[in-house]
Design a binder for this molecule. Sequence first.
Ligand SMILES: [Zn+2]
Ligand SMILES: [Zn+2]
Length: 195
Amino acid sequence: MKSFEDVIDFHGHICPGLALGYRVSVCALKELIGERASDEELVAIVENNSCAIDAVQIITGCTFGKGNLIFNDYGKQVYTFIKRSSGNSIRISVNWESPKETKEEKYMWNRYIKGDHSNEVLEVVHSKKSDKVNIILNANEDELLKVTKGKMDLPEKAKIYPSLRCSICWEKVMKPKTKVKNGNILCYPCFEKDN
Ligand SMILES: [Zn+2]
Ligand SMILES: [Zn+2]
């Protein structure tokens, strides 16, 4: 299995979101397929598009390109995995509360958000971040994650549609992703610009 270091390599930095995604993915693999995970076995449905998803892609092998990573834009720290062969599923909801910030940390964080990247500020922000990462990586699974097992139908496979030409930009676009305006076929970006 890939390690947390592999995940950091791919993502480009270390952060609490990445650590959460890592814990979620390790839990899903352990519960659904054990150590020897093969890329094609799982389908992941993720409900956010945060840093965590990079960990999901590296650890579980579910990726957008392969079509076994589905993104529902619900803004929730919820991850569902389905094993193709059995239909067994696991829904993992992150139940973690980050530790309360001290007054000083809040003050530094505010300065950071406003663009103050002085050493004084960075030191506090970075040490807070790495504290969080350590807490997440070492937390008990049952305190960190709420896990529900069940059975689920696989989501429909992505269909292949014919391509049409947008009558404004002339780029090719899948038929179900077109709009018709005054009898012309438009892609979404052109339709929105033209409105
Ligand atoms: Zn990140
Ligand atoms: Zn267009």
